[in-house]
Design a protein around this ligand. Structure first.
Ligand code: HEC
Length: 145
């Protein structure tokens, strides 16, 4: 074999061996706490201590939002849910965590349309339609932020 050919074969072999390892290193998802389902990442204990007291983490594990949305959830929890006041640095750490692990993701090409600006859902149940109609008229409970 010519030296240049040997070199390219070696390079190709090295590439093939290195790629899966590199890909694995990039994609390793954070460990998940068995009890709460929270991803174990910086700030997760603060989220556990402050957000998994009254309800389970399932209340928000499936939810996604920007930092502003999560800030408004915290405020909503404080106004309506009974969440205690949080020191600024605790709130910031909780927001860092929620933003990093429950951020809006990349699935959207644009921000979701607010529910009250959507056309009526043709598949909604009668009860849901009545509720949405009342919301449009400004009656009924305010939707969560
Ligand atoms: C003192 C009790 C308490 C604490 C602590 C608390 N919550 Fe709640 N949470 C509630 C109550 C009560 C509701 C139901 C409110 C309602 O439906 O009006 C709720 C509902 C929610 C919901 C709505 C779920 C849904 O879509 O219906 C989310 C999201 C949520 N909480 C997130 C959080 C986060 C994040 C924290 C921590 C910053 C937190 N909660 C801490 C009491 C609490």
């Amino acid at each position: 074999m010519k030296p240049s050919r040997t070199l390219s074969v070696l390079l190709a072999a090295a590439w093939l061996l290195a790629m899966p390892a590199l890909a694995a290193a990039q994609e390793t998802p954070p460990e998940v706490d068995e009890l709460t389902g929270l991803k174990i990442a910086p700030g997760w204990e603060l989220v556990r201590n402050n957000c998994v007291t009254c309800h389970s983490a399932r209340q928000f594990l499936q939810q996604k939002g920007t930092r502003e949305t999560w800030r408004s959830v915290i405020k909503w929890m404080q106004d309506r849910g009974g969440l205690w006041p949080l020191p600024a640095e605790t709130e910031a750490a909780i927001l860092d965590y929620l933003e990093a692990h429950h951020g809006p993701g990349r699935e959207y090409r644009r921000a979701p349309i607010p529910a009250n600006l959507m056309p009526p859902n043709p598949y909604a149940s009668a009860a849901r339609r009545e509720y949405e109609e009342k919301l449009r008229q400004g009656a009924g409970p305010k939707p969560p932020p």
